[in-house]
Design a protein around this ligand. Structure first.
Ligand SMILES: NC(=O)c1ccc[n+]([C@@H]2O[C@H](COP(=O)([O-])OP(=O)(O)OC[C@H]3O[C@@H](n4cnc5c(N)ncnc54)[C@H](OP(=O)(O)O)[C@@H]3O)[C@@H](O)[C@H]2O)c1
Length: 245
């Protein structure tokens, strides 16, 4: 594990930070990619101090594909690269219904942005057998709900993207793990007073780390969401459309 290098896309996210600390504790090197490079420089300094980790900052905006080439170039120079994709936006559904033009930004960041950077990194990964990719999906992508259906649609699309990407990279010896996360404690859920029993970010980061090391295909985190979503998916549509979910 000491030889692993992790490129964290969306490193300033709550999950990206927790995952970076987890990886640094294991002796991994970090490439912290995000929009606020000053903030990420502080994060890199913290990782160096706490864990004696090597940490470098890279500028990354999911909706600026022109910048994705530089990431590919940097990753190509890494011996054992691994990637965590942990960026997304999730405005409240009611806000999107008031301003429908913002729906395109949700899909643009969470799905089109992910597709852009993943495709840009594909040729690099093909040359790096043993690499691991972890993408953070969501239980919201398993079935569209009235309270969150634009974000859910972006994640459903992401899940399909990841499935194809996994098959595409399988022969190259690269594992691609989809983590379907349930709600956890972050800025994204800060205003969501309707959520009960949400997980800690550290617990989800830990399951991402373990799933990556085991090269799992798809996991739910926390695990109980596998059974919850199996039940939700089984609800017949005539009933589902009547539920205020
Ligand atoms: N929190 C939950 O309950 C939950 C549940 C299921 C799945 N997830 C998923 O888990 C992942 C991490 O979530 P989180 O709650 O930890 O996130 P978060 O703390 O809300 O942070 C969101 C991150 O996305 C980044 N981002 C937004 N737009 C971007 C863009 N155009 N380019 C690059 N980065 C951009 C933000 O960067 P800036 O700092 O520059 O704004 C920030 O780092 C996401 O994929 C999310 O969908 C979260």
């Amino acid at each position: 594990m000491a030889g692993q290098t992790w490129l964290v896309l969306g490193a300033s996210s709550a999950l990206g930070r927790a995952f970076a600390r987890r990886a640094a504790r294991e002796g991994a090197q970090l490439l912290l990619a995000g929009r606020d490079t000053a903030d990420l420089a502080d994060m890199a300094a913290d990782l160096r101090t706490r864990f004696n980790a090597e940490a470098e900052v890279l500028a990354f905006d999911a909706v600026s594909p022109a910048g994705h080439d530089a990431l590919a170039l940097r990753l190509g120079a890494v011996r054992e690269p691994n990637i965590l994709l942990a960026f997304a936006v999730m405005p409240l559904q009611a806000a999107l219904e008031r301003r429908p033009e913002q729906a395109a930004a949700v899909i643009g960041t969470n799905l089109a942005g992910a597709a852009s950077v993943m495709l840009r990194l594909l040729p690099v990964l093909e040359e790096k057998p043993g690499a691991r990719v972890v993408v953070i999906g969501s239980v919201a992508g398993d079935r569209g709900r009235p309270r969150n259906y634009v974000y859910g649609a972006s994640k459903a699309g992401l899940h399909a993207l990841v499935s194809g990407y996994r098959g595409r990279l399988h022969r190259a010896g690269v594992s691609v793990t989809l983590v379907k996360a349930g709600p956890f404690d972050s800025g994204m859920t800060f205003a969501r007073t309707d959520l009960r029993g949400i997980a800690t970010t550290e617990a989800v980061a830990d399951s991402c780390w373990r799933a990556a090391q085991r090269r799992r295909n798809v996991i739910y985190s926390p695990t109980r969401w596998r059974w919850i979503m199996a039940a939700v998916r089984a609800i017949p549509e005539p009933l589902f459309k009547r539920l205020d979910l």
